[in-house]
Design a protein around this ligand. Structure first.
Ligand SMILES: [Zn+2]
Length: 277
């Protein structure tokens, strides 16, 4: 079968420090470019689950305070995800990680300037400043998930067991990221279905890039730390230039500290369990 790889027994990419027992069972499926694509499609779909809590919220509850608090919660999730990416990248190549992070800052800065203050921008139900904010978070999360697609593909290059573990870990980690996107979109008037759709869209680079990274694992491996740095740089930029300033403006200090602090702690703890980060 073309693209089938044998395990080299060497772990790389997102190096897990804890191994879950279920994954240590013998994996009966052949690992090839198609199973890697399906696995990465699964991680992308998981991102859409992040919109589900909004099905149970009443529209009336959404005011400026709630918008600011949502931004703070989204910022907490994204900062913790960035810490995880930086940690993983640091273990693989600190120099390339730093270069990638700078490239991530520059990319998003240029992207934000390109959008400018375009009042005519429309994204589904959103217009003006809301549409710009929505476009920036969807773009940032889409760019960052490309690096995770490389992580999934490269991990299958090192064997089914590591690949499956990374697939589960990325899928679980994607749910709060979908929640972060929904926290920015829904309080601005987007529907829950469109928030779920944009969340899944933001993870589509994963099924597109993971099979390529699997097929050309030796080419992609050295790029991984730079990709992780790029992803973290873009998300940190989003947190400090878009989410937190608005949160400080709209939410009471206590809501900001609680929302941001708790979401940061929850995401960091989840990553500690999943990746050992
Ligand atoms: Zn992520």
């Amino acid at each position: 079968m073309p693209g089938t790889r044998e395990s080299t027994g060497r772990a790389s990419a997102y190096v897990p420090m804890r191994r879950c027992r279920a994954v240590q069972m013998v994996w009966p499926m052949p690992i090839n470019v198609w199973t890697v694509t399906v696995a990465a499609l699964f991680t992308a779909l998981a991102t859409g689950l992040g919109a589900i809590p909004f099905l149970f919220l009443r529209k009336k509850a959404i005011g400026r305070t709630w918008l600011g608090t949502s931004n703070a919660i989204a910022a907490g999730f994204m900062l913790a995800a960035s810490v995880g990416l930086l940690w993983q990248g640091f273990n693989l190549g600190p120099g390339r990680l730093a270069l990638g992070a700078v490239a991530g800052f520059v990319f998003i800065w240029v992207f934000r300037r390109m959008i400018g203050e375009n009042e005519g921008l429309v994204l589904g139900r959103l217009g003006g400043a809301d549409a710009r904010k929505a476009l920036v978070i969807v773009a940032v999360m889409t760019v960052h998930s490309a690096a995770e697609g490389v992580g999934v593909g490269v991990s299958y290059g090192d064997g089914a067991r590591l690949g499956l573990l990374i697939t589960i870990a990325i899928a679980v980690h994607n749910i709060p990221e979908g929640l972060a996107i929904s926290l920015v979109l829904v309080p601005r008037g987007a529907t829950v279905a469109s928030a779920a759709g944009w969340s899944i869209f933001s993870s589509l680079p994963q099924p597109l890039i993971a099979p390529l990274a699997f097929l050309f694992v030796e080419t992609f491996k050295p790029l991984l730390p730079a990709g992780l740095g790029f992803a973290a740089g873009a998300m940190i930029w989003m947190v400090f230039s878009e989410l937190l300033p608005e949160a400080v403006h709209d939410a009471p200090k206590r809501a900001l500290a609680l929302g941001g602090g708790i979401s940061f702690a929850v995401m960091l703890t989840a990553q500690l369990f999943l990746f050992g980060v």
